[in-house]
Design a protein around this ligand. Structure first.
Ligand code: GLU
Length: 332
């Protein structure tokens, strides 16, 4: 009798205060292992798993083909969270461009954005490529299908009026393979939409003599004017070997996305692990050093915030009750 009376009290003391999810496995889809999505996802999982006893989440990271693959896999329920470029997040939400056949996805939700990702084109110095137009007739890696890089390169080719046949070779190597192929003289130029500084671009500019190519001109100005998720960007002088002047290009944000089918508790804990420990997170990669919570919850986000993320932002005082009510009201 005494046991029966004491047990519920004991149970409440042990588990009552927090919501304990019974060992739920979640997977974050990222990109190639030499990119920034992958270490970002790995770091986030470590931060989530550190508090496993509180919430029961077991987070694991998966190396993937990149943005497009991640969005489609989250939509199919094969990944819980994915990282994507903000341009493709926007098209997936509205069912445009590459996502026309998939149709609009009103259930797409966001957690936060991270760093900016400039389109970075690197060419062998001996190829003579210095400007965008010089890429014509050359051996260029336009990125693996499934990557945001490839999708953005196709957008770029379209505004320039180029076809794949305008290149001597339009290769489809993965990001992790392209720097070596450039330095082995199998390619004249490579492209990567990636945060800076990037280890892969460092490899391409230190293992052989190569330069960063300017991505500018009237077609790019039009692209920026017509698409709010694109912004002008600069690869700073001296960031990479061989390029001692600022190089103009354009870029967008890396965004963490999920589906409205993922429970609020899961997204709440992942969001809290990152945004609630931002000082630690910033130290993990130079590309994260300037992250600010206020920007992460607005810049580059086109699909609505997930209610689990809103719960954390409200609790942390990052959004007001009114703003939270506004986002919740209009999500469906
Ligand atoms: N933005 C790239 C893509 O979606 C991935 C960059 C990275 O892995 O850091 O293909």
């Amino acid at each position: 009798m005494i046991f029966l009376r004491v047990f519920p009290v004991l149970f409440l003391c042990l588990f009552g205060a927090t919501t304990v999810l019974a060992d739920r496995f979640i997977t974050i889809g990222t990109g190639g292992v030499t990119g920034i999505y992958y270490p970002a996802g790995a770091a986030i999982c470590r931060m989530v798993n550190r508090h496993r006893s509180e919430h029961g989440l077991r987070c694991s990271v998966e190396a993937t083909g990149g943005s497009i693959y991640n969005i489609r896999s989250v939509r199919r329920g094969e990944l819980d969270i994915g990282v994507t470029q903000s341009d493709w997040q926007s098209h997936a939400y509205s069912g445009k461009k590459l996502f026309q056949r998939d149709g609009a996805w009103p259930g797409l939700r966001t957690l936060f954005s991270l760093h900016s990702e400039p389109l970075t084109i690197v060419a062998r110095r001996d190829s003579g490529i210095r400007l965008l137009d010089d890429l014509k007739g050359k051996r260029v890696n336009i990125g693996n299908p499934g990557s945001g890089t490839r999708a953005t390169m196709e957008t770029l080719m379209k505004v320039l009026g180029w076809q794949e046949s305008d290149f001597a070779i339009a290769a489809e190597l993965k990001a992790a393979e392209q720097s070596q192929a450039l330095c082995d003289n199998k390619l004249d130029a490579i492209a990567y939409v990636v945060g800076q500084p990037s280890g892969a671009i460092k490899e391409a500019t230190t293992s052989c003599d190569s330069v960063i190519v300017e991505v500018a001109g009237p077609a790019i100005d039009r692209l920026l004017a017509e698409n709010p998720y694109y912004a002008p960007a600069v690869i700073s002088a001296g960031l990479y070997n061989g390029t001692d002047h600022d190089v103009k290009t354009f870029g967008m944000k890396a965004v963490f996305v999920t589906s409205d089918q993922i429970p609020d508790d899961v997204i709440y804990h992942v969001t809290r692990a990152v945004v609630g420990n931002l000082a630690d997170f910033r130290r993990l990669h130079a590309a994260f050093s300037f992250l600010k919570a206020e920007e992460m919850i607005s810049a580059g986000l086109i699909a609505p915030l997930h209610p689990g993320a809103i719960r954390y932002y409200r609790e942390a005082g990052l959004i007001s009750e009114q703003e939270a009510a506004g986002s919740e009201c209009c999500q469906n």
